[in-house]
Write a new protein. Structure first.
Length: 288
């Protein structure tokens, strides 16, 4: 449980750290590209020493590598880009909370794909999530928005892309180590983004900003991922899923403390309602 909590807290901290970089002239495209390339290299090097060579050969077979490229373009890049754009347009707290809408979009997609009506618990989760969004963006006053339309759009898109990020690599993850698949998809995604950022002016980095980027790549990616995976060796996935709520909790607390952003009572209540859908789904999985 400590591994899961600390790992997800590292993710939450990285969102707040990224907000500081984005407010200091770093663009979301540049940050996503650099983070994916370097974090991907770390994950691939890390997994290279623990995975047999024949497994790597299978990963790079035509069929598997094509699936990896599809995941990189339609799963990895959107999940990273929309999340950082949501932070850029709003703040780390609301971006992280809205990203947790991912399971709800998975429910909706599977309902259409399988032509089977959602379960009662799924319908309840969707209703609670919609109510949570309304409270989060209006703070209880339906005549005004406390969150900019751009921040709301990118936050919801972060939830949508989180769903695609979860659904697309399922077959790959059944056959191969998650570190290798994630690392390679990050590298591929970073290379795809390179033409869009290579001609951008490189931000001037102070020691503080360099330290922030180092944290995002190393602690916010490698160590967060390592601790999260280690937790799965000791506790069930549904428990780890519930403990992932420490990510938005950490991001919210740090956003309030560091950036002095005020969140009203109904905004916080809306965030809690959105996060509660994760608990409902986790409890449902455990019972099943």
């Amino acid at each position: 449980m400590i591994f899961a909590i600390v790992g997800t807290m590292f993710w939450g901290i990285s969102g707040t750290v990224a907000q500081g970089l984005l407010q200091n002239g770093v663009t979301a495209q540049w940050l996503v590209c650099v983070r994916m390339i370097f974090a991907g290299l770390i994950l691939v090097i890390w997994s290279f020493f623990t995975i047999e060579r024949k497994i790597w050969q299978e990963i790079f077979s035509k069929k598997n590598f094509l699936s990896l490229v599809v995941f990189s373009i339609f799963g990895m890049i959107p999940s990273q880009f929309t999340y950082f754009k949501a932070i850029e347009a709003g703040n780390a707290s609301t971006a992280t909370i809205l990203q947790f809408l991912g399971p709800l979009f998975i429910i909706i997609y599977l309902a259409f794909a399988t032509r089977i009506l959602p379960r009662r618990i799924d319908v309840i989760s969707i209703v609670i999530a919609i109510l949570g969004i309304l409270l989060l963006v209006t703070d209880g006053d339906m005549n005004r928005l406390t969150l900019s339309p751009a921040a709301l759009f990118w936050g919801i898109m972060a939830g949508v892309s989180q769903a695609s990020y979860t659904l697309l690599p399922r077959e790959l993850l059944k056959k191969f180590d998650a570190r290798a698949i994630s690392g390679l998809s990050m590298i591929v995604g970073g290379i795809v983004l390179l033409p869009f950022v290579i001609f951008q002016k490189v931000p001037e980095f102070s020691p503080q900003n360099f330290a922030a980027l180092f944290y995002i790549i190393v602690f916010g990616t490698m160590f967060a991922y390592l601790l999260y995976l280690m937790s799965l060796k000791f506790i069930p996935p549904e428990t780890t899923g519930m403990l992932s709520a420490f990510e938005p909790f950490t991001a919210t607390i740090l956003t309030i403390l560091v950036f002095h952003i005020h969140l009203g009572f109904f905004e916080l209540l809306g965030g809690l309602l959105i996060l509660s859908t994760t608990f409902l789904q986790s409890i449902s999985i455990k019972r099943k």
